[in-house]
Design a protein around this ligand. Sequence first.
Ligand code: SF4
Length: 217
Amino acid sequence: MSARDPDMLEGIPRAPTDRMPLWREDGRTLQINEIFYSIEGEGVRVGQPTTFVRLARCNLRCFFCDTEFDTYTELDIGEILADVGRHPATWVCLTGGEPLGQNIVPLCRKLRSGDYRIHIETNGAIDPDPDLYDLIEHWTVSPKRKSIAGGLRYITELKYVVGKHFVEDMVEEDRARYVYLQPESSKPEYIVKTLDILKRHPAWRLSCRIHKMLDLP
Ligand code: SF4
C-alpha cells in the first residue's frame, strides 16, 4: 500500500484484484458464506424483516473489518432460493464480503420473479452489471476508498464509517438520496467526532446499528 495513492483511504490496504475481481463467473452457482434471517439494523430500511445472503470474498482488506467472508459453500441458484424461501421476509439483502464481486444477475432475476424486493450492500469499488439497476431496489454503498466507482449510477444511501482517517470532504453526497455516518466500533471518540460533523451537515444522519443493540444476527 502506498499512502500517496490518491484513490485510497489511508490505512485501508487493497487486494491486488481490486478493480475487477477474478471470481465473476456465469452466476449459475455462487460462493455463499451464510444465509440468515434478521431485522435490518441500519439505514433507511431499519426495522424491516430481511433475509440476508452473505456472499463470500471481498476485493478489499480493511483493517477494521470484522466480517468473516473467506469461507464459503458453492450453492446453485435453486439451493439459494430454497434457503431464502424458508424465511418469512419479502426483502432480501445481498451483502458480503463484496456481493458485486460475483455475477449476481441470474440470482436477482429469480428473486424478482418470486416477488422478493432486493437490497444490496457494496463497498462502492466495483462497477455493477447495468442489468442490476432494473432488479435491485435499494442500494447501500459503504465506501472504503476515496472515490466511488463511476458505474454506480443509483445509490439510495451512502454509509461512511467514521474513524481516525475519515474526513467529511470525501462524502459524495450528490450521488445519493441519504448520507449516514457510523462511528467506527462505537468508540466514544468517534461518536463525538460523528456528532460534531453532523452539526456542520444537518441533512446527514447518524447510523445506529439496531441489530447490535438488540443482539440480533
Ligand atoms: S469492504 Fe467491507 S467486507 Fe470488504 S474488507 Fe472492507 S469492511 Fe470488510
